[in-house]
Write a protein that binds this ligand. Structure first.
Ligand code: FE
Length: 339
């Protein structure tokens, strides 16, 4: 264990308060890869003296690694996007409940696992987009996407994508399995083309004229305003957006998710980092870098995200339903032939 001057000073201060000494470092496995996150972790180190070591890879690779390393894993914290992916870590048994009254107070209940196995640090909305010049009255609910009016007009990506799995998992929770299956079949019937590409490609379909309606996470659209996203930015003024189900439960929200790992060798440092991520500054910075919505209520938005205006998020469907219903969602996709 090495001590640089800052952590020695910190250790002395902590000893004076008769608190347990903090570890020098915390190890983060993250599937989120943005250079801008560096500044976030540097700020944490500046405030606490705790160094952050990050290993970045795809979520499934990190989960496999956590499983293989078992109780010898050096990881303290796991960060990924989409509750559906965090559910795989949950099922692999590589998480433990975080222990922090502060996190429970800061993060609304519907954005946390009921046993505190994970919590949201930022929110992403999966919403409806449309071509303004071809659609006068776009569908205003997820349910309305199955209306025969939209036959051959909807672009949405493949069912192997976790974003769609979580959306369908939410519909299973809200309407039951049979109705969710009917919905999925209705979407298949209305597809403009076999599912292909990522969310940006669905928006590109609106620009190219291949589709009139698209379903995508909100930030892919906002990136089109930031810079030159080929096939999107030049035609973005013709894309309108709908916040779905505003007269009902609200828009489907997913999460960038953080958790403490089961093996965590530096639990105090893990808690300190997780708590830091719920602070006002970190919330605004973290969400702002990716045009996500903060998980903590009342934290301001970056100007790019504020462009989409005010909306009602679905705060009645617990996000843990996305993990509970993930397997059933995949079965339904297979049954209805959603590629
Ligand atoms: Fe994404």
């Amino acid at each position: 264990m090495t001590h640089h001057p800052r952590s020695l000073a910190l250790a002395a201060a902590i000893a004076a308060l008769a608190l347990p000494a903090l570890a020098d470092s915390v190890n983060v496995y993250s599937s989120r890869h943005y250079d801008s996150d560096d500044a976030l972790y540097q700020e944490f180190t500046k405030e606490t003296g705790i160094d952050v070591n990050r290993i970045e890879a795809k979520a499934d690779e990190l989960i496999a690694r956590l499983e293989a390393e078992g109780k010898n894993s050096p990881a303290d914290v796991f960060i990924t996007v989409d509750v559906g992916r965090m559910a795989r870590a949950e099922q692999a048994g590589v998480l433990q409940p975080f222990s922090s009254d502060l996190i429970e107070a800061r993060i609304p209940q519907h954005l946390r696992h009921p046993d505190n196995l994970w919590f949201g640090i930022a929110q992403r909305a999966r919403i409806i987009f449309y071509a303004r010049d071809r659609v006068e009255h776009p569908p205003v609910t997820y349910e309305a996407l199955t209306d025969p009016e939209w036959k051959g007009r909807i672009c949405i990506r493949s069912s192997s994508n976790v974003y769609n799995q979580s959306l369908l998992a939410s519909l299973i929770e809200i309407h039951g399995e049979e109705a969710a299956k009917e919905w999925a079949a209705g979407i298949v019937a209305n597809m403009a083309r076999p599912p292909q590409g990522g969310d940006t490609d669905q928006l590109r379909g609106l620009v190219s004229g291949e589709c009139d309606i698209a379903v995508a996470n909100h930030y892919y659209f906002l990136r089109g305003f930031d810079g030159n996203v080929s096939g999107l930015s030049a035609g973005i003024e013709n894309i309108g957006w709908v916040w779905p189900n505003q007269n009902g439960r609200g828009a489907h929200m997913n999460l960038t998710v953080a958790a403490q790992t089961r093996s965590s060798p530096n639990p105090e440092a893990a808690t300190a980092l997780l708590e830091f991520l719920t602070g006002d500054w970190a919330q605004q910075y973290f969400a702002g870098q990716t045009h996500e919505y903060p998980a903590v209520p009342g934290v301001g938005l970056d100007p790019g995200t504020a462009r989409l205006g005010l909306f009602i998020p679905d705060s009645t469907t617990g996000t843990d339903a996305y993990s509970r219903n993930a397997a059933r969602a995949q079965t339904i996709f297979n049954e209805v032939g959603w590629d």
